[in-house]
Design a protein around this ligand. Sequence first.
Ligand code: NAD
Length: 503
Amino acid sequence: MTENDKALSAKVPSFLDYAPAPESTSVLHLKKHYGLFIDGEFVDGRGDAFSTISPATEKEIASISNANSADVDVAVAAARKAYDRTWSKLSGADRGKYLFRIARLVQERARELAVAESLDNGKPIKESRDVDVPLVAAWFFYYAGWADKLDYAGLGPNPQSLGVAAQVIPWNFPLLMLAWKIAPALAAGNTVVIKPAETTPLSAMIFAEILQQADLPKGVVNIVTGAGDTGHALVNHPDVNKVAFTGSTGVGRAIAKSVAGTGKKVTLELGGKAANIVFDDAPMDQAIEGIVNGIFFNQGHVCCAGSRLLVQENVHDEVVDRLKARLSTLRMGDPLDKNTDIGAINSKAQLDRIRELSDIGEAEGSERWTADCPIPENGFWFAPTIFTNVSTSSRIAREEVFGPVLSVLTFRTPAEAIAKANNTPYGLSAGIWSEKGSRVLAVADKLRAGVIWANTFNRFDPASPFGGYKESGYGREGGRHGLASYLESAGWAAPAVTKGGKK
Ligand code: NAD
């Protein structure tokens, strides 16, 4: 190399540098303060207002009303009135028209919703723009199509709605979880009071504006913001007929106890600790991308994340080396930058939990590797991390970290892979990577998980039911099965979602 070449190569970066490409926030028209959305209007809550902040900067985005139990009473009364007087009297075709209208408005305001979601939640804009918001629209389109076809849902002729649904959702997919809850409930003829998570209420507030734009009859959807107390008042309200909860197993368990014997229909979508099983004949390039997508998508804040990698022993070193190389190329930082792969952790509390469990993983003897990425000065961040030499009894192999942390375990035979995959109190999802279709089917048949992906991971479709076994909850969302949770099912047996009679 000549002196000139050396000087030149010193100037050229070893691989491409990315210039900042931030999405503009000019599309947002945020208010300083958001009220509760009750009976078609924004009204102030009686509790002390709280701030929603950007987890990437820790700066306040807006002040949010806090609903106390008296506000919840008013919201439930509005939903009841709307159910009795308007929504239950509309034909399915007319309900469908409103849902189609909402779906189209979500598409029209997609950019605004994606920016709001990334700002409030910390997730990369390319995920909110390309995954969350398109799926929100898809969910409303899908259930809009069902509204006038309930007779054909396999629930018997003329299935009846339940009444008022109380819905409580988490912060990891704020708008998508709202869509999973509201779309089937309205299609089936119910009215709704929904509570978003306290750290991510913003997209629900914009959604309330969309409902006004869609001219949805007043009181059909009511949105109460607040924390656990608000959720508690809502699910325990005596005048709700159905409780739909997505969140942690601990809170889900408490809700199951409190509604037991009340006659309320309940669905619980809870935590997970999914096994992502990689056999030695797996298409390795795709498998590496699938493992990364499985656990580092949305910073690992995914109930069905592939947080336990089970890799066949003879390809362990190859897989781990390739994973580390791939993770070293991920860009962590500003969620609104279109190049960002890993955004901010949603809250300080969640960051503390991820740190605590990771420290425990190290103390228990697992080997920790963390991608070397610069950590922004403000905000909540946790770089992609892999633990190897993890034993099945280790807490990071058993507990839901709900962050960008992967535990790697090994197996030798398919039987061992199945035993280890099922060795968890959860049962929400699993992944299998192998070139052999017969092996994929044989293993899938023995896994106790509600959703199993083959040679892919984290794929969602409104027509496909989603839900768990064991401590991951009960009931299904999505597809025809999702309608069953919002309709009377007298004399009807739920479509089979169990395998081998083992549930
Ligand atoms: P969380 O249980 O703490 O909170 C979820 C929601 O419940 C929030 O809106 C919260 O305000 C509310 N809440 C808290 N205490 C309540 C109470 N006593 N009564 C009623 N409502 C109450 O969970 P989180 O930390 O927000 O979310 C993360 C959890 O959600 C993870 O465990 C994750 O696996 C799970 N999750 C599951 C699914 C699924 O479909 N299975 C999807 C997303 C998230």
